[in-house]
Design a protein around this ligand. Sequence first.
Ligand SMILES: C[S@@+](CC[C@H](N)C(=O)[O-])C[C@H]1O[C@@H](n2cnc3c(N)ncnc32)[C@H](O)[C@@H]1O
Ligand code: SF4
Length: 451
Amino acid sequence: MTTSQVQLADFDFEKIGVALGETPRVAYAAAHAYPASAPAYVEKVCAERDRPAGDALRLYVHVPYCNYRCSFCFFAVRVGAQRDEMQRYVRALRRELEWADAGTPLSQMFMGGGTPTALPPDLLDELLGSIFQRLPSQGDNLHVVEASPESLTAEHVAVLKRQGIGRISMGTQSLEEEVLGEVRRRHTAQQTLDACRLVVDSDLLLNIDLMYGLPGQTHESFRRDFQTIADQGVQSLTAYDLRLNEQTPVARSLSDADRLELARLVEWRLFVRRTAAELGFSQTRWHTYKRLDTVAARHKRAPHHDSSGRGFQLGIGMSARSHLGTTVYRNHERSPTYIERIESSRSPVEHVIELREDDRKTQYVASTLGDGQPLDAGDYNRVFGNSIDADFGEPLERLLRGGLLAEAENVYRLTETGRLLYDRVTFNFYPPRVLNWLAARKPVMGMGLTT
Ligand SMILES: C[S@@+](CC[C@H](N)C(=O)[O-])C[C@H]1O[C@@H](n2cnc3c(N)ncnc32)[C@H](O)[C@@H]1O
Ligand code: SF4
């Protein structure tokens, strides 16, 4: 059965619910982004990051500034900062970057936040200039910078283009003025369209983020938004379901009928896929839809770890995560402390997770299924030296029985239903101690939340 033929009535949600078991009620990151999705960090103040052997690094740069705080957002952001603070922060990022040897090849840079274009163009220029000077770009992976409609100016676009950025990823979430107001975004639909024009005219690639499951949204309004965005000539669009954190203000404005429980989530995901297909976009990852006739289709996210879970990603900035070798490090989540640490030549790291073997096995399964790839029992055996049945026999069997996975010749694949619920499937491969850690967490703001 292909997605276009599937109807909601075809799903036996009781059986699916039994196969999936409990889903953690706290949201930190997408479920297949393990261990970011379950950040059971241990405090290790000023821990030094180990340099992994090997060549290239992937770089994440966290720019926390925003012009407002959206009611659904639990990222580490700062609203209302003045230029002085931003300037100190940019200097701190440049110093932190000195951790990497000059000349280390850069496989890909992703600058997110927050909203990098909330920085004045000259500071963004200074920051990007020092990144590419220290870490020369290697290969043809695109470097990506996030933006928001009201902050992006022609000067920003000129800087990004000159510095060799390949794609701007701009949030807008909705083009309905009422929805934008409800989630406390302070820009209009027209500002989004104007910003799209700026980027499309510059020949930079443009990705737009939409969300579904926001208060006041309907299938019809979402379809209208998608259509309008498609008409602007964007090459790709990400459509995220609202990951609901109960402590964020949006939780109070959502009625029970708005919440994305199992059936509603499937209904939305089917609807989004169909809408995308009708508008000429193909699903390339779970949330990502691209026009395959554009150059955007060729570009992929560079990996940040190998198949055995050894990482080569450096993250700089407050709250940024580095995954180096078998350790995940997280910087201090408050900007003043982050800046002070860097200015006094101390490590900004505050927390670490030493990935044990069971973590790396979870990461392997979660990222394989999470990327829509076949999970080959033979490959698993080669990487970890033991059988996948010995480690995950029970969840595999349960998910097969529930019709979420299928198996042929020792290769497991998500079924159509499994694909629609890939994130819920993934939780079943978490180590029990991590599920217990998640269950013990009150649904509170994600680590890293600052104002
Ligand atoms: C860090 S923001 C970058 C863009 C920019 N700050 C903006 O919002 O316009 C990245 C994207 O994460 C998504 N996002 C933020 N909070 C979310 C949540 N609770 N659930 C799902 N997606 C979320 C939004 O689509 C947002 O555009
Ligand atoms: S969604 Fe974007 S603009 Fe809104 S608070 Fe989060 S990072 Fe800032």
